[in-house]
Design a protein around this ligand. Structure first.
Ligand code: PDD
Length: 293
């Protein structure tokens, strides 16, 4: 099936889909995005992703490009046209096209909307069996990490550095030694006494939708949790560690900077939470693509 993209009101063959060279997203990274997971034909936590999209747009004073209902229809249509069953919908909204000038355009311009999909394969079983490696790096990003901005250069640099070191992800660390989050994931540990810990939502991190949902899953499972920052040392002394994001759900961390976490194997609670999270996703996806066809 040929890939189709949505660009500013039109469904186009993926290869021909393009935006203007003076789009402010292209020139200034003046835009925001969402990655909404699709599990067996169902968009996961769509409302929460759209809430965050609206919030990010509001923080940057970019107008909502269309009503939420219309965004949902486009998402369903792009899934249908691409026959998407498992993967994600990528949504991006930029301030729009205007002659290059750092200030916002004086006359209102139409925000540019792009939606694409990506089919993904299930994770290789050995990733779940062995867990992943993390490296720690200084967090060199701006102070508004709560906005899901397309300005991801420090994240890309960190991810590349992790990749070159043979790691799956980089945990970003502030000068005070506290971990903020991963380059594209939220960071979690399970303390020796079995308490789940993840940083509280603030301007310091992106408040992951998987993070929000997993806290609900943890509460439902009767797992005690604490929202607070932790250091790399605390993570190394923890019983377990893991990461979360829409694209990977929950992934166990078994090594940080070449040192084992816990006994060096994926932890029991990480596994239990991953299973409970996927079970919840399968049960409560918010929208069926087939229904929109
Ligand atoms: N990344 N922190 C950062 C910096 C992220 O970029 C992401 C998501 C998360 C997890 O958020 P969520 O659970 O809503 O996916 C945390 C997406 C997947 C990306 O940029 O591709």
């Amino acid at each position: 099936m040929p890939r189709t993209a949505y660009v500013n009101g039109r469904y186009l063959p993926h290869r021909q889909a393009a935006v203007h060279i003076e789009d402010r997203g292209y020139q200034f990274a003046d835009g925001v995005y969402e990655v909404v997971p699709v599990y067996q034909g169902t968009l996961v936590d769509e409302e929460l992703h759209l809430d965050r999209l609206e919030r990010s747009l509001g923080e940057l004073r970019i107008a909502l490009p269309m009503a939420r209902r219309a965004l949902k229809l486009v998402a369903a249509e792009i899934m249908r046209r691409n026959g998407l069953t498992n993967g994600f919908v990528y949504m991006q909204v930029t301030r729009g096209v205007a002659p290059r000038d750092h200030k916002f355009p004086r006359k209102p311009v139409r925000p540019a909307v792009v939606m694409t999909v990506r089919q993904t394969r299930p994770l290789a079983p050995e990733v779940l069996e062995q867990g992943i490696k993390i490296v720690t790096l200084p967090d060199i990003r701006w102070q508004r990490r709560d906005i899901k901005s397309t300005s991801l250069l420090p994240n890309c640099l960190a991810k590349q550095q992790a990749y070159e070191a043979g790691a799956f992800e980089a945990w970003l660390v502030e000068p005070d030694g506290l971990v903020t989050e991963g380059a594209s994931t939220n960071a979690w540990i399970v303390t020796k006494d079995g308490k789940l810990v993840t940083r509280s939502a603030s301007n310091s991190i992106l408040n992951g939708i998987t993070r929000i949902s997993l806290l609900k899953v943890a509460a439902a499972e009767g797992v005690e949790f604490e929202e607070r920052a932790f250091t790399v040392e605390e993570a190394l002394e923890a019983r377990e560690a893991f990461i979360t994001a829409s694209s990977i759900y929950v992934l166990p961390v078994t090594e940080i900077d070449g040192r084992p976490v816990g006994n060096g194997h994926p932890g029991m609670l990480s596994r239990k939470l991953r299973e409970a999270y996927i079970e919840r996703v399968a049960r409560t996806g918010t929208f069926r693509a087939e229904a929109a066809a």
